[in-house]
Design a protein around this ligand. Sequence first.
Ligand code: HEM
Length: 409
Amino acid sequence: MQGTDTAPIELFDPDFVRDPHPILARLRNEQPVREVLLPRGLKVWLVTRYEDVRAVLAAPSVSKNVRVAQELFERHNTNPEARRMFSDALSAHMLNSDPPDHTRLRRLVGKAFTARRIEELRPRIEEITEGLLGAMAGKDEVDLLDAFAFPLPITVICELLGVPQEDRDDFRTWSNTLLSGSRDIEMVSGAATAMAEYLTKLIADKRANPGDDMVTALVQARDEGDRLDENELVAMLFLLLVAGHETTVNLIGNGVLALLRHPDQLAALRADPSLLHGAIEEFLRYDGPVQLATFRFTTQPLAVGGTVIPEGEFLLVSLSSANRDPEKFAEPDRLDVTRPSGGHVAFGHGIHYCLGAPLARLEGEIAIGRLLSRFPELRLAAEPEELTWRVSTIIRGLETLPISPGRPA
Ligand code: HEM
């Protein structure tokens, strides 16, 4: 039922990348807590059941402190090159911190991301959405990710933070590389350096020319006292920018794909747009943008799912697996836009629960709602089997999503 198995789980295997669910179902049944070897030689414990995933994410003895991680990594890892993966300037952010640092960092931006503050962005998000959909009208075929699902959230987060729009393609390249889980250490650390240099320059610009934006507010918080240091400032911007767009693009992409592959669900949603709110939760559960929560480390032995994980070990929890656990969700492999929503862990759980969840939900709802009403004939322009999924341990998303918009309404 548990423990080490020498049979590798290939998280990069093309079959797993295309459809991880058969393997995840087997793990939930047979080895819900087991060790796996990652490509860079790192041994981690993979947790796949819903209850266990929630328990790990909420356990106070489970740390996210990046300094603890680095020590552990060096102890575990035989490849000296791989150590460089942890030592970049982008690490000192809330998702790599435990309380009290986590509490302090999250509080600095928390107010800007409440559901009420985010609702104020609705008119602007609608305007950006309409502009992008307008540009798609009349085309025979477009890549929905490139034309719509990517530009929408990056435009919103760049405007919120005060990052010049023209820099967004650079961001896309760097953050794709950083989240790819690539084995090419040169490439990954090159992208991290480029990102850190860019953000340092942006901070200097805002110091010289303050604006009415979040980067300026954070620079002022930095300069007014000891609330965050320069490294933390760079890392905060990095986290907000990457988390702010890498995920929502795939809520839109995976959600639209799920609908186009399930015409009955699409018809139900078109017939009753009031289902949209719950449908977004179902897309998050069924094929959420984040497959694995980021690394955690045990600071004490941890009993989970009948296994005791010793102190000083790395943990990965599978959010995709938890969201398809039949112990929690009836007929979990069925897409059902009328399913009573709630309980999924697509935004994580515990103190690191996604700060941007209200923004992601609003963007997803406006984007998918407007897309469906603008294009009643919307259809896939490729066979589902031909679609390519991104090879990434963290992100679940397509490389491209070719669609034919059809005549606009
Ligand atoms: C954390 C998912 C959109 C900002 C997280 C976590 C998940 C997640 C699973 C927890 C990771 C962990 O515990 O290891 C998602 C999904 C999104 C989304 C599925 C879109 C559908 C956003 C947006 C922002 C954002 C739009 C905006 C800035 C953050 C931040 C954290 C976080 C700052 C760290 C919170 C902390 O450490 O306290 N997100 N996210 N996310 N997310 Fe999101």
